[in-house]
Write a protein that binds this ligand. Structure first.
Ligand code: ZN
Ligand code: ZN
Length: 344
């Protein structure tokens, strides 16, 4: 029964339907869960994804053949019933439900359970086999209510504004940046976007997501809005000289990794905001329970920790080695987490 999805050198594969999921390398039909670069890769003959994901894939992969479907549509692929369901991760993100001869397998891609105004909420699906990520699959990872996190970010902006400092926030350009933007109080001041964030924010607007007005974080705007603006930039841009034109500024970072004290220090951020587009540990276990799955397959993150924990509880959990990475930032070795504030 587990042969419904197997692990190949190109990633997850369904032999009965002859298609891959989030594959790498040259494959035929590829079902893509979402637009992050470790899941949406070049090389497939054709792509199947959600309607909301299609423009992101097009932007990322260029002129490839895309079959875009609505959440819940049932597609017959060589006798296998395939449907896409909300994963709550980023705009258009989907879980892939596969049904064949009474067996149901769900590949969740990346997902979260917290409310996010920029994408459809995660939908738990009953299945026999559940394929899950473990990006934050350690007990120290526990998320704060996002409403509280956004209130903290807005208060930080007001304080900086009063002190004549620009608020410079590092946030992953696809998903996190838009989620933060949606929660910003635009009455505080102007919101500027790094050039890498601008086109992705436009895609969200085109998809009907309501976001406050923004301007490009150009040299002119840096001067014009000095000390008042809120700037959103990808983490990499903040290690470059680009940030200097916004001085004086306070540097913040929004990521699940901000739960770890040492990480914030390495990023040289003045403020770390714990905000993740992945499930925390409790939500991961809760989700596995809600699926009712007999077999859990762990794809990336702290897979060994999850497998040990579930196996100890008598639940079958196996690890599949994939090339999926971390779209929040670089992961941290479990040993380095000993000094984490969350461990207390
Ligand atoms: Zn992702
Ligand atoms: Zn991922």
């Amino acid at each position: 029964m587990d042969d419904l999805i197997t692990s190949t050198e190109n990633g997850l594969y369904c032999p009965a339907g002859d298609f891959h999921i989030d594959a790498w390398g040259s494959v035929g039909r590829n079902i893509v869960t979402h637009g992050h670069s470790d899941h949406a890769r070049f090389g497939a003959a054709s792509y199947l994804c959600t309607r909301q994901s299609a423009p992101i894939l097009q932007k990322r992969l260029g002129d490839v053949s895309i079959d875009a479907r609505d959440y819940g549509d049932v597609i017959d692929i060589n006798g296998v019933r395939v449907s896409l369901h909300p994963a709550g991760h980023i705009l258009g993100s989907a879980q892939v439900r596969i049904e064949h001869r009474g067996q149901i397998c769900v590949a969740s891609g990346d997902y979260k359970r917290q409310p996010d105004p920029t994408c459809a909420p995660f939908e738990p699906i009953r299945c026999h086999t559940f394929i899950t990520e473990c990006t934050f699959g350690l007990p120290i990872f526990h998320w704060t209510d996002p409403t509280i996190v956004m209130a903290d970010i807005n208060a930080w902006w007001r304080d900086n504004h009063a002190a004549g400092r620009t608020s410079m926030l590092a946030a992953y350009s696809l998903g996190k940046a838009q989620r933060v933007l949606a929660g910003l109080d635009a009455s505080t001041g102007p919101i500027l976007l790094h050039g890498a964030v601008v086109p992705l924010v436009e895609l969200y607007r085109q998809a009907g997501v309501t976001l406050p007005p923004t301007e490009h974080a150009s040299v002119e705007n840096a001067k014009l809005h000095r000390g008042r603006a809120f700037v959103i930039a990808p983490p990499g841009a903040l290690n470059s000289t680009w940030v200097r034109k916004f001085a004086p500024f306070s540097l913040g970072a929004a990521s699940g990794w901000m739960r770890v004290r040492g990480f914030r220090r390495r990023k040289a951020a003045d403020r770390g905001f714990v905000l993740s587009d992945h499930v925390d540990f409790d939500a991961l276990l809760q989700t596995i329970k809600e699926t009712g799955a007999e077999h859990v397959m762990a794809t990336h993150g702290y897979t060994t920790v999850l497998a040990r924990l579930l196996n100890d509880r008598g639940q079958r959990c196996t690890i599949i080695n994939t090339r999926f990475g971390d779209d929040e930032d670089e992961p941290i070795e479990p040993a380095a987490l000993a000094e984490s504030e969350g461990a207390a």
